[in-house]
Design a binder for this molecule. Structure first.
Ligand code: IPE
Ligand code: IPE
Ligand code: MG
Length: 263
């Protein structure tokens, strides 16, 4: 069991050497570059995904140790179905296996698993393992781990719009009264704080349809490392980089909040 007492978390955060209030509460990661990592080692792509899955365990343990409230990981996009069937099947097989292997890590770190994405079109064994991990971890009280599996940002927003429209058609809600909080609450990520920091590995600078609504003010951090080699030390460096950013949210740098400002 990882020591997740407030004292241990405070100690781990202090070791980062940055003001703790500047650390992100919520972090999202586009785990990219498994295939290139494998090619560089002269291995088949699937070996890269296996190494990537091992790294997931290292990073979720590190994030929990540092008291991150929510970690969202992009594992498989809806667009990834465009890959050759054999490549997709190998990945689906790995997800089913990995979800089982991951359970002791969820228990040891008091992590609550949530799924983001379209569950019904995942293979049945993946659905079963996902449901079981969500079920066993629902009693936990620590970090949220959101696994984006068969996920697309536009699909998620589309599904949310359909839900809200259906409620409006039933007369349950007034279309004119729908606000941003209603939309957030209709997304798969309902109740999870929006990411403060988005990390993408393997040197690519794009969103690839990830969390289009939730990332509106996230800081972007790109690492040239491939996902299997983006370990805990690299993760800590990303948190330290976030602490050095000046987030303005449309306001003025270092200005006091509007209500207190006299200028
Ligand atoms: C990321 O690795 C994992 C998934 C998209 C499933 P890739 O498979 O995209 O690896 P690269 O980008 O081809 O190196
Ligand atoms: C994004 O990676 C999706 C995941 C990491 C799961 P991709 O490798 O699919 O992204 P593109 O195709 O390079 O944009
Ligand atoms: Mg890729």
């Amino acid at each position: 069991m990882t020591d997740l007492s407030p004292k241990a978390i405070a100690q781990a955060r202090a070791e980062l050497g940055v003001p703790v209030e500047r650390l992100p509460r919520s972090v999202a990661i586009i785990m990219d570059g498994n295939g290139r990592w494998a090619r560089r080692q002269g291995l088949p792509r699937v070996a890269g995904h296996q190494e990537g899955a091992k790294n997931v365990l290292r990073i979720i343990t590190e994030a929990a140790r540092l008291g991150i409230e929510a970690l969202t990981l992009y594992s498989f996009s809806i667009e990834n179905w465009n890959r050759p069937a054999a490549a997709v099947n190998a990945l689906m097989h790995l997800y089913a296996q990995y979800l089982g292997h991951e359970r002791p890590t969820l228990v040891a770190n008091n992590i609550r698993l949530r799924h983001l994405g379209r569950r019904a079109s995942l293979p049945v064994p993946v659905q079963r393992e996902l449901d079981e991990s969500v079920r066993i971890s629902s009693v936990h009280t620590g970090m949220y781990l959101c696994l984006a599996l068969n996920y697309g940002g536009r699909a998620e927003i589309t599904d949310a719009v359909r839900r809200l429209a259906a409620r409006a058609a039933q007369g349950e809600i007034d279309p004119a009264a729908i606000d941003e909080a209603d939309i957030s609450a209709a997304l798969d990520s309902a109740g999870i704080p929006d990411p403060d920091l988005l990390i993408r590995t393997s040197g690519e600078w794009r969103l690839s349809n990830f969390l289009l609504w939730q990332l509106s003010y996230a800081e972007f951090y790109v690492s040239d490392l491939y996902w299997p080699e983006f370990g805990p030390e690299a993760f800590r460096q990303a948190l330290i980089a976030h602490a050095g950013r000046h987030r303005r949210f449309g306001g003025l740098e270092d200005a006091p909040p509007a209500a207190e400002s006299t200028r």
